[in-house]
Design a protein around this ligand. Structure first.
Ligand SMILES: Cc1cc2nc3c(=O)[nH]c(=O)nc-3n(C[C@H](O)[C@H](O)[C@H](O)COP(=O)(O)OP(=O)(O)OC[C@H]3O[C@@H](n4cnc5c(N)ncnc54)[C@H](O)[C@@H]3O)c2cc1C
Length: 411
């Protein structure tokens, strides 16, 4: 064993739990990953990962595979309901920028992370382990998981709650519903994965359509299979079956081409309520929260998992510092304090603004909004375009600066 840590237990094999386990295992830190289900999630969720996530995917050694299976989108744009352009931001100002956004649907990313994780004997992944109890003493933290063979107890120096928005770890530490203060926005979206070629309507890689009620997004998420994510607004309060029934009419109403169901193939559909929520603290004793277990936001602008992956990178640096004896346990308080501040001061307001832009602006006058005036300027001002592309790098925070100074530096 190196330093003051012999094993980390991670609860939840979503993208954040898989990535944290991979970063730890790659650096020799023993890790046990517990997942309630028997397979990776395939719901239509994250697909776009901005520069802070790219930075961590590179550190984990998976970025080349992500790019090979996915792609680097060339632009985001905003349109009127008739398809007319309002404004755009191109991502290819620096085509070879190593931090450039990548796209890969979440289920494909999860598969890739799991493939890489299996290469490291210090990592073990336990499927069918649903955590139902937890506790700690002075030396260890433990969880109990329900399995096919009954309850098992697993202990480690730290337990990481990467168990998503409905986190059992968070609810147990901070008290049920009260553990996730914030807001459910008055909006429902239906996220669909659909195979159809939208380039024939002149659509770009990612298209946001601005409208007070019919706002929606059409974004290419497949490398070369015409796989698109279409996420559109719906009336709240219906059942999934009712939303499925309404989908063909909604597509016809919202999308170009007067589409009939025979014109496209839906491979996945799920309704979501949009939420902005943050745990009261990201750490309690030997338990630490990460990604959706710690905070959630609406998906417009792709800040959810990108913010979660930035947490993962920070938490890895803290745990690795403890493992190697270069940091003490108090570095996890820094993690909890700084990552929560970043959610409150950047992710929460920026994601709300991304959503507001879709429904609050009048599409006919939207170009006069300050945001679109800035985008207009960036069409010809390369430095400004570069600055806008790098804007989300504020989510990255270097926690190695809180490592203890080397002994000889104190002399
Ligand atoms: C429609 C939509 C589009 C999105 N698009 C983007 C995007 O483009 N870019 C972006 O950055 N983000 C996006 N997001 C957000 C993103 O999908 C989430 O932030 C991300 O999936 C969270 O990952 P996670 O690993 O924290 O949690 P999850 O993916 O929820 O994984 C949690 C895991 O924990 C397991 N688990 C739960 N409870 C237990 C338990 N008690 N014991 C053991 N295991 C347990 C679950 O089975 C699950 O596998 C989008 C979200 C939605 C809804």
């Amino acid at each position: 064993m190196t330093g003051k840590l012999s094993k980390v237990v991670v609860v939840g094999a979503g993208p954040s739990g898989l990535l944290l386990s991979l970063l730890l295992a790659k650096h020799g830190v023993p890790v046990e990953l517990l997942e309630a289900t028997h397979e990776l999630d395939n719901q239509p969720r994250a697909a776009h990962y901005s520069s802070p996530a790219v930075y961590e995917l590179r550190r984990a050694g998976v970025i080349d595979d992500v790019i090979e299976r996915g792609f680097k989108p060339s632009a985001f744009c905003w349109r009127k309901p008739n398809g007319e352009m309002i404004g755009y931001l191109k991502f290819d100002v620096d085509p070879d920028d190593p931090m450039r956004m990548v796209v890969l649907p979440l289920d494909r990313l999860g598969k890739l992370l799991y493939e890489h994780l299996q290469r490291y004997p210090v990592a073990s992944v336990k499927w069918g382990h649903r955590v139902v109890a937890l506790g700690e003493d002075a030396d260890k933290a433990w969880v109990q998981a329900e399995t096919e063979n009954g309850l098992v107890t697993i202990e480690g120096d730290y337990v990481i709650g990467a168990d998503g928005a409905n986190s059992f770890i968070r609810r147990t530490l901070f008290g049920g519903q009260a553990s996730f203060p914030g807001e459910t926005l008055n909006a429902t979206i239906i996220a669909t994965n659909v195979i159809h070629d939208f380039t024939k309507y002149g659509y770009w890689d990612t298209n946001y359509i601005i409208h007070p009620t019919n706002w929606h997004m059409v974004a290419r998420i497949g490398r070369d299979d015409h796989l698109y994510r279409v996420s559109y607004s719906e009336v709240p309060g219906l059942t999934k079956e009712e939303y499925i029934k309404r989908q063909p009419a909604r597509f016809k109403e919202l999308l170009p081409g007067n589409l009939e169901p025979s014109d496209y193939k839906i491979t996945n559909l799920n309704p979501y309520r949009l939420q902005q929520r943050c745990a009261p603290a990201f750490r309690k004793g030997r338990f630490v929260l990460v990604a959706d277990a710690a905070h959630v936001c609406n998906p417009f602008g792709g800040l959810g998992l990108t913010g979660g992956i930035a947490d993962v990178g920070s938490l890895f640096d803290c745990l690795y510092g403890i493992y190697t004896g270069r940091a003490d346990d108090s570095i996890l308080d820094k993690y909890a304090e700084i990552r929560r501040k970043i959610y409150k001061e950047v992710i929460d307001p920026a994601s709300r603004e991304n959503f507001r832009r879709l429904y609050e602006l009048d599409p006919e006058t939207a170009k006069d909004d300050e945001f679109f005036k800035t985008l207009k300027k960036a069409e010809t001002d390369k430095d400004l375009a570069r600055e806008l592309n790098k804007g989300l790098n504020v989510l990255i925070h270097d926690f190695t600066q809180y490592y203890n100074p080397p002994q000889d530096a104190k002399l």
